[in-house]
Design a protein around this ligand. Structure first.
Ligand SMILES: C[S@@+](CC[C@H](N)C(=O)[O-])C[C@H]1O[C@@H](n2cnc3c(N)ncnc32)[C@H](O)[C@@H]1O
Length: 618
């Protein structure tokens, strides 16, 4: 029964505000109040950046065995959790797992496949019924891969819940079933409800899969066929549970009593971080929040830094709602004189096609890598929020010009309009690339993968310029790759012997630093409440680690300067262990100097040109 404790724990609320600092209220948005269903969390006191708003343990964890990295999956095999994993898998007919099916593959191949699958999910190798997958393909307007992944998550949540139903002694079950979920059998009278009803359809499909795949005499099978204590059909309870999971679960299937009431905003004012123990989460203010303001977080990970169509597509496909936050609906961009008030997408700004006419298909070379400090004056045009090229006309803040896709007029006007089509194509391509998570699949053909990323970057940069989100997403993907390669190279060479290699390394480091600088400038241009380090912390840390690894004072000092840019963020939002790493990297150059003084070296050797000689860090 120990697993039950792992899965269901009591909610505790603490922190400076405690329960009195918050109130759960009807959603501030008029449209949603009308539905009478939606609630949100509102500050009942003022908060400053980094303040704890509340600390909470999940009411229930419905897929804590879904893993994303092989390392983690391997750890799980040795942890008590692996017995939970077996209990959940035992809910299903064993012949429904590919790993249990005979095939002509060699043992080695099977082992490799199994490892990949176990790292994807506890039920990653569960073969979903063909007729369910066909229904999914026929009904869904979203990407099939994303919907299949969601379906698997729902099946896992249902099996976990059936195998470990929460006791209601502490009210956990009541709290869970109070949470928001779309109304079952509600008329899809508008786009918002239609999207929510897609979640209901998907949940029904998950129930159908469970019915087909559940093994006889298991808790899952029983709950689908028997009435539960309250006389409600087990199947209906499971359907509701799946919907609650689908709308409220955080990473790892964690569902909270209060944190799950926090609505999403594409310009959030709060974040949820891991608490002192991994089973506790803390809702923290990401900026100052005034009493009475709604507290919001982001349901999007790095896509928060993407343009409007991508954010909306992701929220619709993964969370089943149309975002009505300020960033998506109100004009929080630069005002356009003489234009009717429209919502403008700051993440999709491109050099104005009127002020900077493109030569041929692509943007002029000099605009490709535009930098703030350049003398070149570049006027940017903002895209109107919208899902299609037709809805995304561009407004230039400098010439006050409007560019639309389908305009009758001169060839030049048509050419200007085509820029929006190129921008939309770049947005689609980069979105697909982000969704397919290609960076992780690259192992099989690394060089081709890298070439593709680079040519995609070339296309995005050439079409949209460096202040557009597509360029910055690809820029960071390449930096991530370069930092990993640099780290690996530095571990295998001796800097003092391999001068030529070191030259290349310094060039690569300079490129990474330049790329991160551009990403910082882009993040600031979005005017979000969040510190840019929320997005760029890992990249800066990667760069800092490499610079410290070079071992010379100058590089380490430079690494320390970079770390200073994320120090405030780390102190407010990272755990103690990470704070120590930040401090160690920031102060590595001092330690090096101190050690020399202690050893009586009396300073760093000089190479005659003012540069300290490089030494390996022992
Ligand atoms: C985790 S719940 C948030 C709390 C929920 N409003 C409640 O009443 O409990 C997520 C749901 O809230 C709604 N929601 C959250 N953020 C929203 C936003 N920015 N725009 C529109 N609906 C939103 C959606 O229906 C979504 O499925």
């Amino acid at each position: 029964m120990t697993e039950v404790r792992i899965l269901f724990s009591t909610t505790t609320i603490s922190g400076p505000s405690s329960a009195s600092g918050l109130r759960i209220d009807e959603h501030s948005c008029e449209d949603q109040c009308r539905r009478g269903q939606q609630y949100g969390l509102f500050a009942a006191t003022d908060y400053s950046e980094g303040d704890d708003i509340l600390t909470e343990s999940p009411i229930v964890i419905l897929s804590h065995l879904v893993e994303t990295s092989t390392n983690h999956a391997q750890k799980l095999e040795n942890s008590p959790g692996s017995s939970v994993k077996n209990v959940i898998r035992s809910q299903f007919d064993q012949s429904s797992f590919t790993s249990n099916q005979k095939s002509h593959k060699t043992d080695d191949e099977l082992e490799h496949k199994k490892e990949k699958e176990s790292s994807a999910s506890v039920l990653g190798d569960l073969i979903l019924p063909k007729k369910c997958l066909e229904k999914l393909k026929a009904s869904s307007s979203h990407s099939i891969e994303a919907q299949t992944k969601k379906l698997r998550g729902m099946i896992l949540a249902a099996a976990t819940y059936a195998a470990y139903p929460p006791s209601n002694e502490d009210g956990s079950k009541d709290k869970l079933f109070e949470l928001y979920h779309p109304t079952i059998n509600c008329d899809a009278d508008d786009e918002y409800n239609k999207e929510a009803q897609n979640a209901v359809e998907l949940a029904r499909l998950a129930i159908e899969c469970c019915k087909e795949l559940a093994a006889p005499h298991t808790a899952l099978k029983d709950s689908l066929h028997h009435k539960n204590d309250e006389g409600m059909l087990g199947e209906q309870e499971l359907l509701k549970l799946i919907l609650i999971y689908s709308c409220n679960a955080f990473e790892g299937g964690r569902i909270y009593h209060k944190i799950s009431r926090v609505n999403h905003s594409c310009n959030p004012n709060a974040v949820v971080v891991e608490g002192h123990s991994s089973d506790v989460s803390v809702l923290k203010a990401a900026c100052s929040i005034k009493k009475g303001e709604e507290i919001t977080i982001s349901y999007l990970s790095k896509a928060l830094y993407a343009g409007y169509p991508v954010r909306q597509r992701k929220l619709r496909a993964e969370k089943h709602f149309i975002c009505k936050c300020k960033r998506c609906t109100e004009n929080n961009g630069d005002e356009v004189k003489g234009q009717p008030s429209v919502s403008l997408d700051l993440a999709s700004r491109i050099p104005c096609p009127i002020c900077h006419p493109r030569t041929g298909r692509y943007l002029d070379e000099d605009l490709m890598f535009d930098e703030e400090e350049d003398d070149l004056q570049i006027s940017y045009a903002l895209a109107q929020n919208g899902m299609t090229a037709e809805e995304r006309s561009l407004y230039c803040t400098s010439c006050q010009g409007v560019t639309s896709v389908n305009v009758d007029g001169s060839i030049r006007k048509k050419k200007e309009g085509m820029t929006i089509e190129y921008m939309t194509t770049a947005e689609d391509k980069v979105y697909d690339w982000m969704e397919s998570n290609k960076l992780n699949e690259k192992e099989e053909d690394e060089s081709t993968g890298q070439d593709m990323d680079r040519s995609l970057l070339q296309m995005a940069t050439a079409t949209c310029g460096s202040k557009h989100w597509t360029t910055q997403m690809l820029n960071l993907a390449i930096i991530e790759e370069n930092l990993a390669n640099l780290q690996a190279t530095l571990m295998t060479i001796n800097p003092e012997e391999d001068e030529k290699m070191m030259e290349e390394i310094f060039t690569d480091i300079a490129e990474c630093a330049d790329g991160i600088e551009k990403a910082f400038s882009y993040a600031k241009s979005l005017k979000l409440n969040l510190d840019p380090a929320h997005w760029l912390f890992d990249y800066v840390m990667g760069l800092g680690r490499i610079l410290v690894g070079l071992g010379d004072e100058k590089s380490q000092k430079y690494g320390g300067e970079w770390i200073t840019r994320v120090e405030n963020y780390a102190n407010k939002f990272e755990g103690d262990a990470m704070k120590k790493v930040v401090s160690a990297i920031k102060n590595a150059w001092k330690r090096e100097t101190d050690e020399q003084v202690e050893r009586g070296v009396g300073g760093i050797e000089n190479d005659g040109q003012g540069d300290a000689k490089r030494r390996r860090v022992e």
